[in-house]
Design a protein around this ligand. Sequence first.
Ligand code: SF4
Length: 134
Amino acid sequence: MPQKLTKLEERAIKLLLKHEETGLLQSELWHKLGVTSREGSRIAIKLEKKGMIKRVKEFAKDRWTRRLVPLIKQVNLDVVRGAPCFSCEFNPVCGREGSVSPNTCLLIEDWLLASYRAYKEAQAKARQKGRRKG
Ligand code: SF4
């Protein structure tokens, strides 16, 4: 079920997602948000209770503090861009329980093969580019 967030919580999550791997020290986040440490701590605790971040104890800048690390990931929709399912007339009845199965769908098969070919070509181009630089 989607979590309801306040505007500040939403801004905090957006900032943290820019540092998805390492997170941010809470003081850095407060600074970027322009809030007091008290206000910021409340936001962090709420986000932790909602399961969206973890607060990891860390010794930094000569004192113990918390690093805020997002537990959610940004969704990259590029991988499904161009998929035929979004505009398919059988979409409402397609699936495990449906009358149409993606397992036998030629449209999805063609799209997957074309996507795979495009991916391989992009990889080959990247390798060639890397060789030219090296
Ligand atoms: S898998 Fe095929 S039939 Fe099912 S929704 Fe996608 S395009 Fe349509």
